[in-house]
Design a protein around this ligand. Structure first.
Ligand code: NZQ
Ligand code: ZN
Length: 385
């Protein structure tokens, strides 16, 4: 096991009766802004529940955060926050609303020029407006981590940042509100959470059995719950299990002391930046392609994964690796998610653009042991054409 530091200060409230907890968490006298997306919170009752918990606070509202939240929209919220001297933010919705809130919270106090530098240059973030989250969509894990992914429309870029000041102060997880999700978003959530686990697990063995078994437990749970919650998003118990799995998949626990490989996400973000494909769907394309390309280098973990997660025990090593990759791709497809670029009308020219971009950014050896070179990225995408 490698050396590690683990810190996660997010207070979690889980379950359908927890919205009222907001009142005890937001300091009295705060000037609050409620940030939300395109309106789902009005349909599933979350808006009314949050409003009633915020009774008595000086409250401003900012709606219209889009899926794959943009710098452009976020900066409009920053203006309002500065004008009104807002001191606390409540984010209500999915990962996009929470990610936008993290960027807004940091940008509003950023004193070093254009806040885009937080994303493009990794400019230092020393402070952020405190915020709490009300989560209605299980997928990203953003409710319990310090990451945020923001897109810039004008340049077709999608970039991430990760800094401690943007840990939420608290997060309220609402499986009942997630019951109103369309099947497509439930499928996205399952795949995103699953790939978060593989990004921290499917590297090479380092004798970290606790982390491996935590990771395998999350994947097995996702595989078991997926058909139930996909068929019936308002199955409260199945949705609860999905929601907690997704949170646990990316709150830092399973990455302690193990190598990571976030290259599936890095490549996937480019597919969203160029074509607007849903985040999880990009992962479902890239992951099988990357594993097929790096099957030799990742063989140790692929065999362990195949055996412990999918029960693949017979056949030669080569056959078992092939079966593990095949099972994973079929799992994504069973949720109505295409795993080929052609399923989304994407052609070879996009592969050229992505590879050129990585070369320009000098992203020449990403991920696990630096294995994801531009050539590997090209091959991984070509396999999935
Ligand atoms: O905008 P509204 O009207 O709220 O509708 C949303 C949106 O259209 C809707 N929705 C949310 N909760 C609902 C609901 N509809 C009905 N009932 C509900 N209960 O679902 C749509 C998608 O929402 P979005 O927030 O975009 O989805 P998700 O949570 O999957 O977030 C995706 C974003 O998170 C980033 C992705 O790149 C993407 O931009 N990620 C963030 C990560 C992080 N911060 O750690 C890690 C991930 O890898 C990921 O990159
Ligand atoms: Zn993701």
């Amino acid at each position: 096991m490698k050396d590690f530091e683990f810190y996660n200060p997010v207070k979690v409230f889980f379950g359908k009766d927890q919205v009222a907890q907001i009142t005890g968490q937001v300091p009295a006298g705060s000037k609050v802004i409620l940030i939300y997306g395109g309106g789902s919170i009005f349909k599933n009752g979350v808006y009314d529940r949050v409003k009633s918990a915020l009774k008595g606070y000086d409250l401003t509202e900012f709606g219209g955060i889009e899926p794959n939240p943009t710098y452009e929209t976020s900066m409009k919220a920053v203006e309002i926050i500065k004008q009104k001297n807002i001191s606390y933010i409540i984010a209500a919705g999915g990962g996009s609303v929470i990610d936008a809130t993290k960027f807004i919270a940091a940008a509003a106090l950023f004193k070093n020029g254009d806040p885009w530098k937080i994303l493009s240059e990794g400019a230092e973030v020393t402070e952020a407006i405190p915020f709490g989250c009300v989560l209605t969509l299980p997928a990203t894990g953003t409710e319990m981590n310090k990451n945020s992914v923001i897109s810039r429309k004008s340049t077709q870029e999608k970039m991430a940042f990760s800094v401690p000041p943007v840990f939420p102060k608290f997060s309220i997880l609402l499986p009942d509100a997630a019951g109103s999700l369309p099947q497509k978003q439930v499928a996205n959530g399952i795949v995103d959470a699953f790939v978060h686990v593989t990004e921290q697990y499917l590297t090479y063995p380092v004798n970290a059995p606790i982390q491996d078994r935590f990771a395998e437990a999350i994947m097995i749970t996702l595989i078991e719950e997926a058909p139930k919650v996909y068929a019936k998003p308002d199955d409260y118990e199945a949705m609860s299990n999905l929601m907690w799995s997704a949170t646990m998949a990316l709150n830092g626990l399973i990455s302690c002391g193990v190598p990571g490989d976030w290259s599936v996400h890095s490549i996937g973000h480019e597919l969203t930046a160029f074509h607007g494909i849903d985040h999880a769907r990009t992962l479902a394309i890239v992951l099988p392609g990357l594993w097929k390309t790096l099957r030799e280098e990742k063989k140790g973990k692929l065999l362990q994964y195949g055996e412990r997660v999918w029960g693949i025990k017979s056949g030669t090593e080569e056959e078992r690796v092939t079966a593990a990759i095949d099972k994973t791709e079929k799992f994504f497809q069973s949720l109505g998610i295409g795993t080929r670029l052609s399923d989304y009308g994407v052609k070879k020219d996009t592969i050229d653009r992505i590879v050129t971009r990585f070369e320009e950014r000098k992203w020449l050896s990403m991920g696990d042991r630096g294995l994801t070179t531009p050539q590997v990225t090209r091959k991984a995408l070509e396999i999935q054409l």
